[in-house]
Design a protein around this ligand. Structure first.
Ligand code: PEP
Ligand code: MG
Length: 566
């Protein structure tokens, strides 16, 4: 396709999340309030700051209560930021020194942001959330309307520079057609929440700020593109795709290839609400990220409390399988109650299963709580440890879990050493699950939170595919199940490669299941094997993706709008 200057003006390119598409009018998110040169005088500036911080924390807590699942946890964490002692102390110290209230809050937030940014990883990603607290508090102090998404009166495409969780909480899923942001990345909250809501989303779209209220746009998440003022042909094409995707979701039969080879299609969840909201197309849960339950907790949750949540998840799933991952703390997921000291290289430090070196009682409590939940519900979860690096760690974890009364025990393969030693790892395990997000990060030595390293952080990289193949081959030789629970399982082309390699299950965000189910159903197992061979024979990630895509059935290519060149 040739691109004229006019096309370039009309097309914004970013990173797509999901495969959906939508056409509708733009509604812009209200901008953050700017500080005036002089603020109106107030009688008691310290009391005004305290009242504004309290009110924003209360508002955010109320929003959290009306939200579900992962979003609720994220909002609670944001509300806790408005309550943060360091922020409050810094703001009040400035007010005491004569700074006006809104400016004092603004400066205090910037100071805390600098600390978070210096800490890197998860904390650096929370800077957006902290600034959303700043905008709300400053608006309140200046008597301005709350920034964020206005009340929607018709189905609309929400366009923002970036969306904080609090903004997303204001979205009515019946009225939001799609989300477009200028900033953010595919692992940020906007993308996670859009995926959870099943909304088409394009993030990191430079130039999105030119879009104005009422502009008509077409959002094509599969292509990562936003079209301004789309013509009738494009509108028709995208509406057709949206309808196709909706109808795919009606198929809830168990996952299988065209010739009936079964591949369990499972969902990734973070909370009991996620489990309750699981669509019928999910054959179970392939990854329950238990740390999501406790992200904002300063004190370790008691065994009883944990048992209640795990029992709620097991009960919602009935006889569907649930794979529970023990706490994956550290690096990008700090758990305050774990009490881990700051590290120079947290992604390479005490995280995941390694937490048991410092706080073994946290792991044992969690295993006891899981066993208790299993007894109460009569449903036995599968349990696995994150970030296992050696066969000795796998054996030690298996002994602990079995000692607690759990009988189906596995490990995640997300460190290259674990993939390399997969045969030995499996000696004491019942199953393994490959976490391709971290496996790509550690194989390619590329921080998964670094948006500009996405070419390295690519599961199509030959070294990553090679380690996946090695793990799957070892599991098959041992006669053990081997699943994939990283984001790559949600790619309808990569899913074919993985099935061709021999994986027994694929676990992903629930909204990705229909496209993957459809893709599998259009290809025989032999074709999947051929596609996997073609990908493995390629010298680089681009070639692997292109070689696999070239062999995908035209029907799948058309319905899912797969790009011509992979
Ligand atoms: C992974 O690393 O692929 C994975 C599924 O775990 P998480 O994304 O929670 O680190
Ligand atoms: Mg991981």
């Amino acid at each position: 396709m040739t691109t004229t200057l006019r096309d370039a003006d009309r097309v914004l390119r970013g990173v797509g999340v999901g495969r959906g598409a939508a056409v509708g009018p733009v509604v812009r998110v209200h901008p953050a309030p700017a500080l005036p040169p002089a603020e109106p005088a107030v009688a008691d500036p310290a009391a005004a700051v305290t009242a504004a911080l309290d009110a924003v924390a209360r508002d955010l807590d109320a929003l959290a209560e009306s939200a579900d699942g992962t979003l609720r946890e994220v909002l609670r964490a944001t509300a806790a930021m408005a309550d943060d002692e360091m922020l409050r102390t810094e703001a009040l110290r400035r007010v005491a020194g004569g700074t006006a209230p809104a400016r004092a809050v603004d400066e205090a937030v910037e100071e805390v942001c600098a600390t978070f940014t210096a800490a890197g990883g998860y904390l650096a990603e929370r800077v957006t959330d902290l600034r959303s607290v700043r905008h709300r508090v400053v608006a309140r102090l200046l008597g301005l309307p709350a920034p964020g998404v206005p009340l929607l009166t018709e189905p609309s495409v929400v366009v923002a520079e970036d969306l904080a969780p609090a903004d997303t909480a204001g979205l009515d899923p019946r009225l939001v057609l799609a989300i477009v942001t200028e900033q953010g990345g595919p692992t940020g909250h906007t993308a996670i929440i859009a995926g959870q809501l099943g909304l088409p989303c394009v993030v990191r779209a430079p130039g999105a700020s030119v879009l104005e209220d009422g502009d008509r746009v077409a959002v094509d998440a599969a292509a990562g593109v936003v079209h301004r003022d789309p013509g009738p042909a494009l509108r028709k094409q995208l509406a057709g795709r949206a309808a196709d995707l909706r109808s795919l979701a009606e198929d809830t039969a168990p996952g299988a290839t065209a010739d009936g080879h079964p591949v369990a299609l499972l969902a990734n969840i973070g909370t009991a609400e996620d489990a309750r909201a699981l669509p019928p197309g999910a054959e179970g849960v392939g990854l329950f990220r238990t740390e999501v339950l406790f992200l904002s907790r300063a004190v370790a949750p008691a065994v009883e409390e944990q048992a209640d949540v795990y029992a709620a998840v097991l009960a919602s799933l009935g006889d569907r399988k649930v794979v529970v991952r023990t706490l994956d703390a550290g690096a990008d997921k700090p758990l305050p109650f774990a009490g881990l000291p700051p590290e120079e290289n947290p992604a390479l430090g005490v995280r995941g299963y390694r937490l048991a070196r410092r706080r073994p009682e946290l792991l044992d409590d969690q295993l006891r709580a899981l066993a208790l939940a299993a007894r109460r519900t009569g449903t036995e979860p599968w349990v696995m440890a994150p970030m296992v690096a050696t066969p000795a760690e796998a054996s030690a974890f298996a002994a602990r879990a079995r000692g607690a009364g759990l009988s189906t025990v596995g490990a995640m393969v997300e460190v290259p050493s674990a993939a390399w030693s997969a045969s030995a790892l499996l000696a004491d395990l019942d199953f393994v699950s490959i976490g391709t997000n971290d496996l790509a990060q550690y194989t390619m030595a590329a921080d998964r939170l670094q948006g500009d390293l996405t070419d390295l952080l690519d599961p199509w990289q030959p070294a990553v595919l090679g380690l996946v193949e090695r793990t799957v081959t070892a599991a098959r030789a041992a006669g053990r199940p081997v699943g994939i629970c990283g984001e790559s399982a949600a790619d309808p082309v990569m899913a074919l490669v993985l099935v061709g390699l021999g994986v027994t299950s694929l676990s992903m965000s629930a909204s990705s299941l229909p496209a993957v189910r459809f893709s599998l159903r259009q290809h025989s197992r032999a074709t999947c094997t051929e596609i996997a061979r073609a990908a493995l024979a390629s010298p680089d990630a681009h070639g692997a993706r292109a070689a696999a895509s070239a062999r995908v059935a035209p029907e799948v290519r058309r319905t899912l709008a797969l790009p011509e060149q992979g």
